[in-house]
Design a binder for this molecule. Structure first.
Ligand code: IPM
Ligand code: MG
Length: 361
């Protein structure tokens, strides 16, 4: 197979973890005889520095042209006080929207060998295996009107949370489909005791559920969900939620996995004529500028995102499973980065990437 990939390393630790993700991808391509074409583009703070825009037109063109896009992270402290329009994060929101990747899949697993890296008690975390399906191209992140204005001597800030039936339907179908490949349970998370937006969300999810009588559906309010994730994480299989709730809950999920550096993600949307998903693959973690350039960031979230890319964009199940198994083998070996609190000397970013390659069979 020919794999045409766009790489967007981005800011902070983005280039380091992307480098290891690509190392693993090259290794897989060589082992299974796939040809690989990797182009590099600009997104985020580095794109602002080099072109003035966080999401340059050239990047949009390259992404539209590629089979799949792999990303590092975006965000730099020097933009902390910039308005949303001029921030690196705007580039990320821009490419998600441009590619139409409306469903963000964020698996959260507690690996047996990593139970001690979580601050939570082992017996609570053990066996956690869920996937958060976060709506990614709607809701308060994109709603208008938005902005800060001066009115009658008072400063006012507005954001708008908006969803259409169609937007809720398509991401719900994705969640129910996924549940069928897993433990057949969807938990929809909303704030329908306060927000009309969530009332529509719940109504539409209930309607979509009728097409999947073999899948169990329950609902949690987002505040209660935040608590249940910590109290009883094994109760979750597929968690379906809107954009901002999913952003918040997935960072909480990272605590169950031991480190945010562990979490991969796949953002998918439309299908290409070939049947492959249009996909954007990125670790859940941010750019961590405080440890950038030190070869100590955990690349496993980025490497797990490569596995997700092989699976969703290319349907290469054997290759994807081999990468996942190699990640697990490296975790079991204990030669991991400092965030996972290894008992011996921590491994470097590069060593972890090399170890994953060596463990791929
Ligand atoms: C994430 C990140 C992004 C988001 C930021 C960087 C815009 O936190 O992917 O979870 O909020 O979606
Ligand atoms: Mg986030």
């Amino acid at each position: 197979m020919h794999l045409k990939i766009l790489s967007l390393p981005g800011d902070g630790i983005g280039p380091e973890v992307t480098c290891e993700a690509l190392r693993v991808l090259r290794h897989v391509a060589a082992q299974w005889n796939h040809s690989l074409e990797v182009t590099e583009g600009l997104l985020g703070g580095i794109a602002i520095h080099q072109t003035g825009s966080p999401f340059p037109e050239e990047t949009a063109r390259l992404a539209a042209d590629a089979d799949a896009t792999i990303m590092g992270a975006v965000g730099l402290p020097e933009f902390d006080n910039a308005p949303p329009e001029k921030r690196p994060e705007k580039g990320l929101l821009g490419i998600r929207k441009a590619l139409g990747v409306f469903a963000n899949l964020r698996p959260v697993r507690a690996y047996a060998s990593q139970l001690d890296s979580s601050p939570l008690k082992n017996h609570l975390v053990e066996g956690t295996d869920m996937i958060i399906v976060r709506e990614l191209t709607g809701g308060i992140y994109y709603g208008t009107p938005r902005g800060i204005s001066e009115e009658n001597g008072e400063t006012r800030a507005v954001n708008t949370m908006t969803y259409t039936r169609g937007e809720i339907e398509r991401v719900s179908h994705m969640a129910f489909h996924l549940a069928r490949t897993r433990r057949k349970k969807v938990t929809s998370v909303d704030k329908s005791n306060v927000l009309e937006n969530s009332q529509l969300w719940r109504r539409v999810v209930v309607e979509v559920a009728r097409d999947y009588p073999d899948v169990a559906l329950d609902h949690l309010l987002v505040d209660n969900c935040a608590m249940q994730l910590i109290l009883n994480p094994r109760r979750f299989d597929v968690v379906l939620t809107e954009n901002m709730f999913g952003d918040i809950l997935s960072d909480e999920g990272a605590v169950l996995a031991g480190s945010i550096g562990m979490l991969p993600s796949a953002s998918i949307g439309a299908r290409r004529p070939s049947g492959a998903w249009v996909g954007l693959y990125e670790p859940v973690h941010g750019s961590a500028p405080d440890i950038a350039g030190q070869n100590k960031a955990n690349p496993l979230g980025a490497i797990g995102s490569v596995a997700a890319m092989l699976q969703y964009s290319f349907g290469l199940q054997a290759e994807a499973a081999a990468v996942d198994r190699a990640i697990e083998a490296v975790l079991t070996s204990g030669h991991v980065t400092a965030d996972l609190r290894p008992s011996g000397a921590p491994a470097t970013t590069e060593q972890v990437g090399q170890a994953v390659c060596a463990a791929i069979k």
